[in-house]
Write a protein that binds this ligand. Structure first.
Ligand code: ZN
Length: 470
């Protein structure tokens, strides 16, 4: 019997889209068998039992994380980001191409990012490439180097080194990714309909008015039209405005290759509750009102929304507090990598939405968005990325206790329900909250065992290869 063989017994394991009793047998980092929970445990196999007040889930996939290393490592680095992710049950993240210096817009830059990530990745990490005015027409080398797709902005990104595309460039980028069999993921706000650009005051309403729903609607309309014309796979990042949902539903019905994600902050916060001067709530597009959030929830429930991802986009506390709480001057981006499932589950349960409806949006949904098909499932043959979630556990969020780099988050002081208790990466236990004392951060078992993921060839046919991490 190989030493790496063991089993996890759970009264509720998420297998095939539903919870059921199961014994999950793991060997050499893979799930090799899933036995009916009523069956006796395999002989001579060490068994870990999940308590009855917790569930066993596939490791979560977060396809939208800004790690910022190198170049702005003081905002976030691979070590802190991947530890925070693991503590939130995430076992795979896909890094965004901007806010690090250099941005991931050339093969050389991708290699710089990979070298930064390799020694510090506690979970598996893949990379999005960037489509910017300077590299249009030359995306193939990055595609062949293994990025999972290309991100573009239709409005200024917030950093000078990552420019945005105009309408003609959007169309050109779509044609190019369609020919490559890749995908274009789009920050969809129409710059013509945005105002501001300087001080907006300490009241959230001023910032909100500067980025109206019409801006998202217009940009999403352009993305859909371009995807329809070119046949490209397109993905709408961080949907905030529910006004865009009818057009998205129609496009999907028409067979346009469109997916859409939203984020925990759009589902759990409301504009009317954002305190004055609280830059930790600033993100683009903005958190809108509670009625808008209700409509986003309807789109979660009816399957229009494919994925819920963090858009963890941190910065230093100083930058979030720039201008003494002026919403026009604070850096935009929410830090919530460690809290996604807890935050959304807290709200879902209040709305009577069962956990099994949410899990695909945190696992197979984002995996498919990134072309990581097969990830995010608890299935025989899959890597043994697993997490234990205590569905009733209270979680009082304290920014200073979270594992991402800078101790600031919009969730500070929130009492959530549901907490990740334990995470395994390829069958290796990374941390277990029961090993820490009350209130202590979980203790991680080193070393960093995450692998760097590489997408190869046309996405539809690509095999998932792995770069030797170190
Ligand atoms: Zn983002």
């Amino acid at each position: 019997m190989p030493r790496s063989r063991f089993a996890i017994r759970a009264g509720q394991a998420f297998v095939g889209g539903a919870f059921r009793p199961a014994v999950v047998v793991i060997e050499a980092g893979r799930v090799v068998d899933i036995l009916d929970g009523a069956r006796t445990t395999p002989a001579r196999t060490r068994v870990v039992t999940v308590p009855d007040d917790a569930v066993l889930l596939p490791g979560l996939v977060d396809a939208h994380v800004h790690v910022n290393e190198p170049g702005r490592t003081e905002w976030e680095g691979f070590r802190s980001a991947t530890l925070a992710a693991a503590a939130g049950g995430v076992t795979t993240l896909v890094d965004m191409p901007l806010n690090s210096i250099p941005p991931t817009t050339t093969v050389d830059n991708l290699e710089v990012k990979r070298r930064a990530a390799a020694p510090s990745a506690f979970i598996d990490v893949g990379f999005w490439g960037g489509a910017v005015p300077e590299n249009l027409g030359r995306l193939r080398p990055l595609h062949e180097a293994g990025v999972f797709g290309f991100k573009c902005f239709l409005a200024p990104s917030g950093v000078d080194e990552f420019g945005h595309l105009d309408q003609a460039q959007l169309e050109a980028a779509m044609e190019e990714v369609a020919a490559l069999g890749s995908r274009l993921i789009v920050h969809a706000e129409d710059p013509e309909l945005l105002t501001g650009g300087g001080e907006l005051g300490r009241a959230y309403a001023g910032f909100l008015a500067s980025r109206p729903p019409a801006s998202e609607q217009s940009a999403i309309g352009a993305v859909i039209a371009a995807a329809r014309r070119t046949g490209a796979r397109a993905h709408i990042l961080h949907l905030s405005s529910a006004d865009a949902l009818p057009a998205i539903r129609q496009a999907k019905e028409d067979g346009v290759a469109l997916t859409v994600e939203t984020c925990p902050h759009y589902l759990t916060f409301a504009a009317e509750d954002v305190p004055d001067g609280a830059g930790e709530f600033k993100c683009c597009p903005p958190i809108r009102d509670g009625a808008n959030s209700d409509r986003l929830w309807a789109a979660v429930a009816d399957g229009t929304i494919d994925a819920i991802v963090s858009d963890h986009s941190p910065s230093t506390v100083d930058l979030k507090r720039a201008g003494h709480g002026d919403f026009g001057l604070a850096w935009g981006g929410i830090s919530g990598l460690q809290l996604g499932l807890s935050a959304v589950w807290t709200e879902a349960r209040r709305r009577g939405i069962p956990l099994e409806r949410l899990i695909p949006l945190f696992t197979t949904g984002p995996a498919r968005v990134a072309g990581l098909d097969g990830l995010g499932e608890l299935a025989v043959g899959a890597p043994a990325h697993l997490t234990v979630f205590g569905v009733d556990d209270p979680l009082l969020v304290r920014a200073k206790d979270l594992l991402h780099r800078n101790p600031i988050t919009a969730y500070d002081g929130k009492l959530l329900t549901g907490r990740v208790r334990r995470t395994w990466l390829r069958g290796v236990s990374m941390f277990d909250v029961s090993e820490g004392g009350a209130g202590e951060a979980p203790r991680f078992r080193g070393p960093a065992r995450g692998e760097l993921l590489v997408a190869r060839g046309p996405v539809a046919a690509r095999e998932l290869a792995r770069v030797a991490a170190r």
